[in-house]
Design a protein around this ligand. Structure first.
Ligand code: SF4
Length: 383
């Protein structure tokens, strides 16, 4: 008998995207939806990152992403790629010029248009993208235009100060147009946010205007399970069921040894949607306490970050009925920006944790002292 909680939904999963190639792997078109994840360790920690790759391979990842920020990371990648059985793809963080060294080594490179803006300010973005294409095209290396809510190209934010979603979508489309004009078609796009409702909105908006461009879906900083899984499921149900999305990444804050969870969760969600086992929740109702936290990556400054996120969640349970957002991030590079929309923001360094209330910086606290101070701040905000 059919489970009444799992009614069969009508889905239109026929996708309109074009096919692109990530090395020997085909993405988009009617190819299976690829599941990917990212190493949570510092890339130069060869042992740790090797272990992350092994865990993700065992879980069945189709693609494994590594963050690269420096020439030393490139050297580490050279060693790691020799041993990896799964195609490795790279997240170019701030240093887009590293694309030159990475293109011969990997099958796909992600660049963030928001980060491009901050480099070589005298150079146009067209010229910067053209430079990247010049380096990757001879190696048949694909590109991902990775637009992130926390680091949108400021030019678009200035143009649409009251419509953040339009700024996100416009930045993505601008980059597609630049790539198209250059005759480079082996690319896909991602539009990510920590709010699943916004992920749905911007991806639908983009897809309507650019239906042939393959999409990488994800709710960034979805946080700890089970909330992180629920947020992701709500977004994926509404997009994948409509034929939007060609590859997915589930971003969870989990211990490094449990990183395979991201792959298992993604496969479970895709399988449920493909079999009509979903509820069509049209809006993620965030009525009470909302904790967002990043999944960690090569920039993470202390492995204690994952434990800290769990402790914050446990400690803050007394405030669960209050509409309050607490953001916990693993590094000082993206931490300050990614916590901007939160009521209370924490971001880690090797020996201390930074804390802010809205945009007011409250100070640095040891990993032991941060919890009582955070508790005081929560109480202040809810009483
Ligand atoms: S906040 Fe920092 S550590 Fe966390 S995923 Fe983003 S860059 Fe990586």
């Amino acid at each position: 008998m059919a489970n009444p909680l799992s009614p069969t939904k009508k889905t239109s999963m026929q996708r309109q995207s074009r096919e692109i190639k990530i090395g020997s792997v085909k993405l988009g078109g009617q190819n299976p939806i690829l599941v990917q994840s990212m190493a949570a360790t510092r890339t130069q920690d060869i042992e740790g990152t090797r272990r992350q790759i092994a865990i993700l391979e065992k879980a069945g990842a189709d693609l494994i992403r590594i963050a690269i920020d420096s020439q030393k990371d490139v050297e580490a990648l050279k060693i790691l790629r020799e041993e990896a059985k799964t195609p490795l793809v790279v997240d170019l963080q701030e240093s887009y010029r590293l694309a030159e060294f990475l293109a011969p080594l990997v099958q796909k490179i992600r660049y963030n248009p928001g980060h491009l803006h901050h480099h070589e300010k005298g150079k146009s973005k067209q010229d910067k993208v053209a430079w990247i294409v010049e380096k990757v095209a001879p190696h048949n290396c694909a590109l991902r235009v990775g637009v992130n809510c926390g680091s949108v190209d400021p030019e678009w934010l200035e143009r649409y100060p009251k419509d953040h979603e339009k700024a996100i979508v416009s930045s993505a489309i601008e980059n597609c147009e630049i790539l198209d004009k250059l005759g480079f078609k082996n690319y896909l796009v991602s539009l990510k946010d920590s709010d699943p409702n916004r992920v749905v909105a911007v991806n639908k908006r983009f897809h309507l205007l650019c239906p042939s461009v393959p999409l990488h879906l994800g709710v960034t900083e979805a946080g700890l399970p089970p909330e992180g899984v629920i947020k992701t499921r709500v977004a994926f149900e509404q997009l994948l069921s409509q034929g939007i999305g060609d590859t997915v990444r589930v971003s969870l804050t989990v211990p490094f040894e449990e990183k395979g969870q991201e792959i298992y969760v993604a496969r479970g969600i895709i399988e449920d949607i493909q079999n009509g086992r979903f509820r069509s929740v049209s809006y993620y109702e965030n009525a009470g306490l909302n904790i967002i936290s990043c999944p960690s990556c090569s920039r993470v400054e202390n492995e204690k970050f994952v434990e800290l996120a769990q402790k914050v969640k446990d400690m803050a349970v007394f405030a669960k009925s209050h509409k309050l957002t607490i953001a916990i991030m693993g590094c000082r590079v993206n931490g300050p920006g990614e916590t901007d929309d939160a009521d209370l923001g924490l971001w880690c360094s090797p020996t201390f944790v930074n804390l802010k209330r809205k945009d007011e910086f409250l100070g640095r606290f040891s990993y032991e002292d941060i919890l009582p101070r955070l508790k005081t701040e929560i109480k202040r905000l809810i009483t």
